[in-house]
Design a protein. Structure first.
Length: 365
């Protein structure tokens, strides 16, 4: 389906003297179909102001995909979607609330992580200087009574060094599953810092970057690894050898690709800026979908990568042993997935993997 949509878009750009109205209608229909391929009804609105994606999401994209967005290894990513949410309340206290309205009902929550940036510790002198403290993360059950016995539930706890700064990641999957099943149960998270003996530290020697007074790259963040249930065709979807793709390029003219050319793969560039999507897509700027074109003449050699069925069909066609049997078709026999890093409607950054988006090789089938 993707190939059909892309070829339609290319045809629109080169159609001779069509009426402006028909071009607009056909372009809108083609873009709607392309959005369906990416699992969307409407394209997200670009951020209202210049906004940088969290470095964690950029690094994750670069780990999962190459520069063209093609998956390096299909086993790296848990599920097919990673969503990041910045803390919205900007509270000075260690209370955090994340709005999860953009999570689709059909998405299965696999893992949820709270990312907190640990600031450089305060200098404390004297015999009571601490080297470690205990950090606990609670799910708030009662908004106005989080310190009561039934007002919170422990999600994660561990010892944290007071000698360095950096990111701390806490698993909070049960809480997020509760929130996505019942949105009204989302009363946020509470983080506490205590001594090894369990007593509160006042003032606390360990502080985490909060919503105010800190750079956006260090703000508290919730990261969800989910799966929306989409699955591609049954063709192999392994990554490209070496994780690299040929550079984006234009197809050669149809004159040089006559009908007698043997079945092979040709470039098919998808430029997100050209179709008006560059405002919300962070990476990649485009990719090479490739397409298969050429003949499958008898006899089919190994270079045509034929299936046994195609070989038999070619023989039947060549010997005219049965009426109405055509020669095999040149089609993709290996498909690869691509990854998009983009802003959603709530300006959260999402990494999503899409199966069967790149023709890895072609064969006669």
């Amino acid at each position: 389906m993707l190939r059909t949509v892309l070829l339609l878009l290319l045809a629109l750009a080169h159609t001779a003297c069509p009426s402006p109205a028909s071009v607009a209608v056909r372009r809108a229909e083609a873009l709607k179909k392309l959005l369906e391929v990416f699992g969307m009804e409407d394209p997200p609105a670009p951020p209202t102001h210049s906004k940088q994606p969290p470095q964690y999401m950029v690094d994750l994209f670069n780990t999962v995909a190459n520069a063209d967005g093609v998956t390096k290894n299909p086993d790296i990513l848990e599920g097919n979607t990673v969503r990041s949410f910045l803390e919205k309340t900007h509270s000075e206290e260690m209370r955090f609330l994340f709005v999860l309205s953009s999570v689709a009902k059909n998405e299965k929550i696999l893992t949820a992580e709270l990312h907190l940036f640990r600031l450089w510790p305060r200098v404390t002198d004297g015999p009571k200087r601490h080297h470690f403290c205990r950090v606990s993360v609670y799910q708030v059950l009662e908004k106005d009574k989080p310190d009561t016995p039934g007002g919170k539930k422990l999600l994660a706890a561990r010892l944290v060094s007071l000698q360095t700064s950096g990111w701390e990641v806490f698993a909070i999957t049960p809480a997020v599953r509760d929130w996505t099943e019942d949105e009204s149960s989302n009363q946020g998270l509470l983080v506490t810092v205590q001594s090894l003996e369990g007593s509160p530290l006042d003032p606390p020697p360990l502080q985490f970057a909060s919503g105010r007074g800190h750079h956006e790259s260090k703000k508290p963040m919730l990261v969800l690894f989910t799966d929306d249930g989409r699955r591609g065709a049954s063709l192999p979807t392994a990554g490209f050898p070496g994780g690299s793709l040929p550079k984006l390029g234009r197809s050669r003219s149809t004159r040089s690709l006559g009908r007698l050319q043997p079945c092979q793969r040709h470039p098919l560039s998808v430029d997100f800026e050209e179709i008006g999507w560059s405002g919300w897509i962070i990476s990649p700027r485009g990719y090479n979908a490739f397409h298969c074109k050429g003949s499958c003449p008898f006899p089919l050699g190994e270079n045509m990568r034929p299936t046994n069925h195609a070989t038999v069909q070619s023989i039947i066609n060549a010997l005219k042993l049965s009426e109405g049997v055509s020669s095999p078709c040149c089609v993709p026999d290996k498909l690869f997935s691509i990854n998009l890093l983009y802003f959603d409607d709530d300006e959260n950054v999402v990494l999503k993997q899409y199966d069967d988006m790149v023709a890895g090789s072609c064969g006669c089938h």
